[in-house]
Design a binder for this molecule. Structure first.
Ligand code: CO
Length: 219
């Protein structure tokens, strides 16, 4: 391929031509405005692309992705995306979508802590450390799967705690938060929850620590 990316640019031309062949007005419509109804907060993993797995066209989903779909409440990037999606685009649904086999989540079990993304993953690794005994009692694969699921549930709660979401709910704006997980091995999404649509629902939700303690106590 060399220095330039001509094959990719050629693919782009072919894609645009196919789009026009299917729907001659497609790009004119896109150019006029975007009106997505969904904000997707997903992992950067190259195999989990929102538009593909939802089979949505450009213009239908607003996207933020980072390693392990973490909602850092001091991250200007995610907060700006969230604010724009909620206050300007007025999306009605926000989907936090993680995936099984997430390398970011697997990292929290590793002893190394020297990379920048170890800082990024700190909320997840702190959670693991807090419940370490219980997690380490699980077989490796199950431990990773459960941590991938819990991370999603945790991030939905963190999202619900942001002033952006809280203010939207307080003024009566329709806004639903969802926690989904994607399995790379079969291409299927699953609704994990929690599903939150109001401040009251958020405040009634037991903490993720309590959920995990209860679950592990009963297993
Ligand atoms: Co991942």
């Amino acid at each position: 391929m060399g220095r330039t990316l001509d094959p990719l640019l050629a693919r782009n031309v072919q894609w645009a031509q196919r789009k026009i062949a299917d729907d001659p007005q497609f790009f004119q419509r896109m150019d006029a405005q975007q009106k997505p109804n969904y904000l997707w907060i997903g992992c950067s993993d190259s195999r989990v692309t929102a538009n593909d797995v939802l089979e949505l066209d450009p213009g239908q989903v607003f996207v933020h992705r980072n390693i392990a779909n973490v909602v850092h409440t001091s991250d200007l990037n995610i907060l700006s995306v969230l604010e724009f999606a909620v206050e300007h685009l007025k999306v009605q649904h926000i989907i936090v979508c993680g995936h099984y086999g997430c390398g970011g989540i697997e990292r929290v079990f590793a002893p190394e802590r020297g990379e920048l993304f170890d800082h990024w993953l700190q909320p997840v690794s702190m959670f693991y450390r807090k419940h370490r005994k219980a997690f380490d009692a699980l077989p490796d694969e199950q431990r990773l799967e459960r941590m991938c699921e819990i991370n999603i549930e945790m991030q939905v709660r963190r999202l619900a705690a942001t002033p952006i979401v809280e203010n939207a709910w307080a003024r009566g704006q329709e806004l639903h938060l969802h926690g989904w997980i994607y399995r790379i091995g079969n291409g299927l999404l699953r609704d994990l929850g929690p599903h939150l649509s109001s401040i009251a629902e958020r405040d009634e939700l037991p903490s993720i620590d309590d959920c995990v303690r209860q679950e592990l106590a009963s297993s």
